[in-house]
Design a protein around this ligand. Structure first.
Ligand code: GLA
Length: 354
């Protein structure tokens, strides 16, 4: 039995914050290029309960890991899960808000390490609980910005803002269409009669962090070469042709991926939406080079399965999850045969959503 706040700390919590994981439908590796993204929340969430502590330190318990950590704001904890929480408290303190010692209980069913943003859901849930406890005047956009800062500064991941905006603002029924430059956004429904399937390819994302930073740097080089502040300003892929490879390929992915998001949110048919996802995968594989053979194999099986409209890798790449847009009526029949065929190739996949 999972221990509750009361079991761990011997009293009732004073505040609650909750936030979902996300799966990105389109717009991959565009957020740090000031582009467009289209993530949707998944039903799995992180739930944080909190109270004031009568001590000079914060006590944290992660129920899903059955792990404890103790820290003060001045001294970052060594445990990775605790660093995200500590980082959130620190960024709030940096806003000039006094953060007292706390008792914090975390419980999450968001799959970890597969590209579904378990860390962003943790950060947003912690900040929401803190907002409730201290009655802080922070709106959901501000919460996402603080969560991103916590991840970049204190967890050491140089991410964009998509995941935290999704955890803070996306719904499970409607995707969040976000312009990262202006933060203008609206919720858009999935094409009529469709549903989302997420499958893990079973390979951990080992190169993700180092390659992620390398791709970011390549995009910055490409933008400098094209004399623009960010690749978002380039709207015609032909303009990238004079760049040397691999910068040309990286820029072409970003430019065409932004176009795919903008097309998808114009209310295209479910078939056209699926085609955009297929094209996104090809671009991530060939131009952005963030796929790996098992992901390509699984995506290929999904793309040719009956009831699937389109599929691609989702998240940073190099392993983790794939997302498929399916006919809602068929969604229960898709994964079984796909995972059997994937197993015959020597891999073990798993359904993560629904
Ligand atoms: C990770 C980052 C996001 C985004 C994606 C790729 O999830 O945290 O900011 O860059 O990769 O689209």
């Amino acid at each position: 039995m999972m221990k509750r706040f009361e079991d761990v700390f011997g009293r009732a919590p004073q505040a609650l914050g909750e936030a979902p994981g996300r799966v990105n439908l389109l717009g991959e590796h565009t957020d740090y290029n000031d582009g467009y993204v289209l993530p949707i929340a998944i039903t799995q969430t992180t739930r944080v309960t909190m109270g004031r502590a009568d001590a000079d330190h914060t006590d944290l318990y992660a129920a899903s890991l059955d792990a404890r950590a103790r820290f003060t704001l001045d001294q970052a904890p060594t445990e990775q899960f605790a660093r995200y929480v500590h980082g959130c408290l620190r960024v709030v303190q940096d806003e000039g808000i006094a953060v007292p010692p706390l008792l914090i209980h975390v419980e999450s069913d968001v799959p970890m390490g597969v590209g579904l943003s378990s860390s962003a859901s943790l950060e947003v849930a912690v900040l929401r609980a803190l907002r409730a406890l201290l009655d802080l005047p922070l709106d959901d956009v501000r919460i996402a910005q603080l969560a991103q800062r916590a991840e970049v500064v204190h967890a050491g991941v140089n991410c964009g803002i998509m995941d935290q905006m999704a955890a803070s603002l996306a719904g499970t029924e409607r995707a969040l269409f976000l312009d990262v430059l202006t933060l203008e956004r609206r919720l858009v429904p999935l094409p009529e009669g469709t549903a989302v399937l997420v499958v893990d390819c079973g390979i951990p994302r080992s190169l993700a962090a180092s390659k992620y930073n390398e791709r970011r740097a390549e995009c910055e080089d490409a933008a400098r070469g094209l004399r623009v502040a960010s690749l978002r300003e380039i709207t015609d892929a032909v303009l990238t042709d004079d760049l040397p490879d691999p910068l040309r390929q990286r820029a072409r992915h970003v430019v065409t991926e932004n176009q795919r998001v903008l097309s998808a949110v114009q209310g295209v048919s479910k078939q056209a939406f699926g085609q955009l996802m297929n094209a996104s995968h090809a671009s991530l594989r060939d131009d952005y080079e963030v796929s790996i053979p098992p992901l390509d194999a699984l995506v290929g099986l999904l793309q040719s399965a009956p009831g699937v409209l389109g599929a691609r890798l989702t998240g940073a790449g190099f392993g983790g999850a794939c997302v498929a847009l399916c006919e809602a009526a068929e969604i229960g029949n898709v994964a079984g045969p796909v995972l059997d065929a994937y197993a015959r190739m020597g891999h073990r996949g798993a359904v993560l959503v629904p």
